[in-house]
Design a protein around this ligand. Structure first.
Ligand code: NAD
Length: 369
């Protein structure tokens, strides 16, 4: 089959190349066993790009990211680059990439895999079967709105200002992504804000309601962010898709993530606006960082990276069946008791990064047989 799916791989720093190696294994498996091939371009980002080019994201790499169908990124950063000028730091390259691609919708699933239900800090019956998705607005709100400053006060001391601004258009586009996603799942969407005390919350609720009129088949529920935090730890299974702003999304999605057990298991997708053909710019990456403490030791858990690849198949390439296969293979290897260090439990079998990746492709073989 012709390789018409253009993919840019940016392994990055620390454990990034190790976990990306396991994605390559799956991509090769798909080529051989599913006859699906990708045009894969490789490039540098983060500290490794800085070492090679003096900047953590070159214009050439950015141009490639803008031209492909999807970008897969490992992780960036590490102590080696702690003293590099701020604008060239590894993290600056990733922020620039997200900004230039205008990735305004961040999708973070919180799914409890049966074999790991007892690894959550909550009781097993509360999280068992949990399968929800956060859609966080990623480019506006309190992290970006101006003014944003710290200034000296005439009488001494200082004053710090962060500003929360949202326009109708910004809320509308992220809500549409969430409604569409809810339509592909169980048809239920919670819109979360603080309309009781924030003007942006009032507008958010009004726009979410208006967008909802275009999706009459979706049940839309409104919830205050503080109540949402409480409900997430009280009865998380009441949620399916949650859409919220940048600040609330940052906090609430981390909270939901921990319901599932481990950082090494969490994938994410960041999506931009759809063009005329419906294609969205998209970046897929694990939630975890570059884990410099274990880099090079083959201890990294590659499953968040592999699940990010599954998200890419689902959302950029409309390959839900292949995405399901990878997710099922991951669940099966965990069900067989294989564990990397970060998710190790009594009585389980310790495996390295590549052994885990190999086990996933072995499982894919069985599932696809
Ligand atoms: P981290 O996520 O890298 O690591 C936190 C802890 O989790 C560490 O003990 C690490 O060993 C462990 N861990 C993380 N991912 C793992 C995996 N896949 N398998 C097994 N264990 C895993 O966060 P940190 O230590 O705060 O940051 C380290 C570096 O990563 C910093 O330079 C930071 O800026 C960067 N960072 C990058 C991203 C990104 O690229 N998106 C995100 C967060 C942090």
């Amino acid at each position: 089959m012709a390789a018409n799916k253009k993919l840019l791989m940016l392994p990055g720093d620390g454990i990034g190349p190790e976990v990306m190696g396991e994605v390559r294994r799956v991509i090769e498996w798909m080529d051989c066993r599913r006859h699906v091939s990708f045009d894969v371009i490789d490039d540098l980002v983060g500290g490794t790009a800085y070492d090679a080019h003096g900047t953590s994201l070159t214009d050439e790499t950015l141009a490639k990211a803008m031209s492909v169908d999807a970008v897969l990124l490992g992780a960036v950063g590490g102590p080696k680059w702690d003293n590099v000028e701020r604008q060239h730091r590894p993290e600056a390259g990733l922020l620039k990439l997200r900004k230039e691609m205008d990735l305004f919708a961040n999708l973070r699933p919180a799914t409890v895999i049966p074999a790991l239900a007892n690894a959550s800090s909550l009781k097993e019956h509360i999280v068992s079967g949990l399968d929800m998705m956060f859609v966080r607005e990623l480019t506006g709100g309190a992290y970006f709105s101006k003014p944003k400053l710290i200034e000296d006060l005439p009488g001494g001391g200082q004053r710090a200002v962060d500003t929360q601004v949202y326009s109708t258009a910004e809320i509308d586009r992220v809500c549409r992504v969430a409604f569409e996603l809810a339509g592909k799942r169980v048809g239920k969407l919670h819109s979360v804000e603080k309309a009781n005390v924030m003007e942006t919350g009032v507008l958010w609720r009004a726009v979410a309601t208006a967008v909802g009129e275009d999706y009459p088949e979706i049940e839309l529920l409104h919830m205050y962010a503080d109540n949402c935090a409480m409900q997430l730890v009280r009865e998380p299974k009441q949620f399916d898709v949650i859409v919220t702003d940048n600040l609330f999304g940052d906090i609430l999605s981390d909270c939901a993530a921990m319901l599932t057990g481990s950082l090494g298991m969490l994938p994410s997708a960041s999506l931009g606006a759809a063009d005329e053909s419906g294609r969205r710019k998209a970046l897929y990456e694990p939630v975890h960082g570059s884990a410099p403490d274990i880099a090079g030791e083959k201890k990294a858990n590659p499953l968040a990276m592999l699940l990010s690849c599954a998200m890419m198949l689902r959302y950029s390439f409309d390959m839900a069946e292949d995405a399901d296969l990878i997710e099922q293979a991951v669940a099966n290897v965990l069900g067989q008791g294989l564990r990397t260090d970060d998710i190790m439990q009594d009585g389980m079998t310790a495996v390295s990064t590549d052994q885990m990746g190999e086990a996933v492709t072995d499982e894919l073989d069985k599932l696809a047989a």
